[in-house]
Design a protein. Structure first.
Ligand SMILES: NC(=O)c1ccc[n+]([C@@H]2O[C@H](COP(=O)([O-])OP(=O)(O)OC[C@H]3O[C@@H](n4cnc5c(N)ncnc54)[C@H](OP(=O)(O)O)[C@@H]3O)[C@@H](O)[C@H]2O)c1
Length: 370
């Protein structure tokens, strides 16, 4: 085994647009795991849409890697009683080739977990666990970290908690080309509902309808979004999956039916805006997901059930979700949509490129194989 490994660190404070020059390559000594730790070799890093915001807000420090990143890795040396050499795991690992993990460590950037999650994962983090060997045999690291990772689980629990969806339901899915939206739209279609997505531009809309096999897609950049919604949803909207916020949310809310349902899980519009919104953290998770006091009033008046949460709230039910999603993929009914970049050296360009138009699915950088 080599004595050093590579990592990308933030080279300078982020002001203005994110460029590859904001990353610096370092070569650092390979650590030995202490008792209670395991050394893992990172195969693939998921790049989250909030990466740039965290860099701009100082969450990722100059000279450091982003240690909140989710990754798929293989255990190469273990002195941790939970992990064995050769285990393929989900972990938080930074932009680097190796990482030390410990089953007793809490997740970086997230609150302490419940006893239920500890029992399900055998660790103190919702993001640190060994994938079951059968899943590792069936699915690539990319699929494990996308459909069977936080994106798939967010879509799965969102539709379950706000459901059940019925064939008569008119469903609007924001961020349909995105990692969560692409899965939510397919799950709603599998439930038999009429599903209409949103994307930035006619080409992307065409791609979405062809790829996800949903009923239609609306260009969210259209001048008169209200008129677009009126013509595509003549019976109104029964269910809204929203990871975006902003203009799309405002327009959909106007057409949400009495007794409708809304699942708010994110705010991609602000994360992909010209500059990521700074400012004080939102006081509640509902405000964080863009459910303002005015929106609450609309929801109350129309008796709309609106849920907003972090997927970690359902981490203790991960195995059931993995089984159901895996079965749907195996049957060819659910397709992973990923944006897979290969090569450690390409990571800076891939992260900076995430904030230019044209992305689809989960951005992942792969730099190792099993
Ligand atoms: N609650 C949770 O536990 C949880 C879990 C996962 C993710 N999230 C959050 O959910 C959000 C989406 O995550 P993701 O991983 O699905 O993101 P993603 O893969 O980056 O996709 C984002 C989507 O948003 C669309 N979009 C960007 N700007 C837009 C705008 N101004 N108006 C309308 N649509 C716009 C993009 O469509 P185009 O490319 O066509 O522009 C893209 O499809 C993020 O805020 C993320 O932090 C929350």
């Amino acid at each position: 085994m080599a004595e050093t490994f590579r990592q990308w660190v933030l080279a300078k404070p982020l002001e203005g647009s994110l460029e590859p020059s904001h990353f610096e390559l370092r070569e650092v000594p390979l650590p030995e795991p202490a008792p209670g730790q395991a050394l893992v070799r990172v195969l693939l890093a998921n790049i989250h849409s909030a990466t740039r915001k965290r860099m701009a807000a100082g969450g990722t420090k100059v000279g450091s890697t982003d240690s909140t990143n989710f990754a798929c890795a293989v255990v190469v040396k273990s002195r941790d009683p939970v992990f064995n050499e050769g285990d393929v795991i989900h972990c938080q690992a930074g932009w680097q080739e190796y990482q030390l993990v410990s089953s007793t460590d809490a997740a970086v950037g997230y609150p302490a977990v419940s006893e239920l999650v500890k029992t399900a994962n055998g660790t103190s983090s919702p993001f640190l666990y060994a994938f079951r060997p059968a899943l590792v045999k069936m699915w690539s690291p990319s699929v494990l970290m996308n459909v069977l990772g936080t994106s798939g689980l967010t879509a799965y629990f969102g539709l379950r908690e706000c459901g059940p969806l019925m064939p008569r339901d008119q469903v609007a899915v924001a961020g349909t080309s995105g990692s969560v939206g692409s899965i939510a739209a397919q799950l709603a279609k599998i439930a038999g509902s009429r599903v209409i997505g949103f994307a930035g531009g006619a080409d992307r809309c065409g791609w979405i309808v062809d790829t996800l096999e949903i009923d239609d897609c609306i260009d969210y950049k259209a001048d008169d979004l209200d008129a677009e919604l009126q013509s595509r949803f003549p019976q109104g909207i029964d269910f809204f999956s929203d990871g975006v916020g902003g203009r799309v949310t405002e327009a959909v809310l106007k057409r949400l039916n009495m007794n409708g349902r809304m699942f708010s899980y994110g705010s991609a519009a602000s994360l992909y805006g010209e500059s990521p919104a700074a400012g004080a953290p939102a006081p509640t998770i509902r405000r964080m997901m863009g459910i303002s006091e005015e929106v609450e009033e609309i929801l109350r008046r129309r008796n709309i059930k609106a849920e907003a949460w972090m997927v970690t709230d359902f981490a203790h039910e991960r195995l059931k979700a993995e089984d159901d999603l895996s079965r749907l993929m195996f049957a060819g009914r659910l397709k992973p949509v990923t944006n897979l970049v290969e090569g450690f050296e390409k990571l800076p360009e891939a992260v900076a490129g995430l904030y230019r138009a044209g992305r689809s699915g989960k951005l992942q950088v792969q730099f190792g194989t099993l």
